[in-house]
Ligand binder design. Structure first.
Ligand code: NI
Length: 161
């Protein structure tokens, strides 16, 4: 049996490169990656009275604490390398997994040494995660750390450069 191939007419794509290749080496690209962990906290400062704590932190000051399923978004940036990447995603995943997810998952943040001197608000958790990743992942520039605490609120932190 003979097969008849019908050549489909396709709309021609635009010429690329049109004149010259864009200089990828000069451009900065961003990589966003998401991770998840769960932890509990109680917003309470030993520096203040119970009344002050209650006035400032409201229901988040309840003595039994409460938990969050955090969504962590890490943004790194840099030039696109010869392999076409900002950084090795496997290395980033390993670093965030080891240094952040494993460290805080299923933990009571109030008991962690990272919050010995500060209240584990999600703003403060952002700064802690940022500092850790800044130190532990030099392979790319750390742009931003974002933590979703609930569906309704999220916090972002980055250094002023
Ligand atoms: Ni909370």
């Amino acid at each position: 049996m003979r097969r008849v191939f019908v050549k489909k007419t396709k709309k021609p794509v635009s010429n690329y490169p049109i004149t010259k290749l864009p200089n990828y080496q000069m451009a900065k690209a961003h990589l966003n990656r998401r991770y998840r962990f769960s932890a509990s906290h109680r917003l309470h400062s030993d520096q203040m009275s119970d009344e002050e704590n209650s006035a400032i932190y409201g229901k988040c000051n309840n003595p039994h604490g409460h938990g969050h399923n955090y969504v962590l978004e890490v943004t790194v940036s840099g030039q696109v390398d010869k392999n076409g990447m900002v950084c090795d995603l496997v290395e980033l995943d390993e670093c965030v997994q080891r240094e952040v997810v494993t460290r805080f998952d299923l933990e009571n943040l109030n008991m962690r040494p990272e919050f010995r001197d500060s209240v584990p608000t999600t703003e403060n958790l952002c700064t802690v995660v940022y500092d850790i990743l800044k130190r532990e992942f030099p392979q790319a520039h750390l742009e931003r750390v974002r933590l979703e605490e609930t569906m309704m609120n999220a916090f972002e932190y980055n250094e002023i450069e």
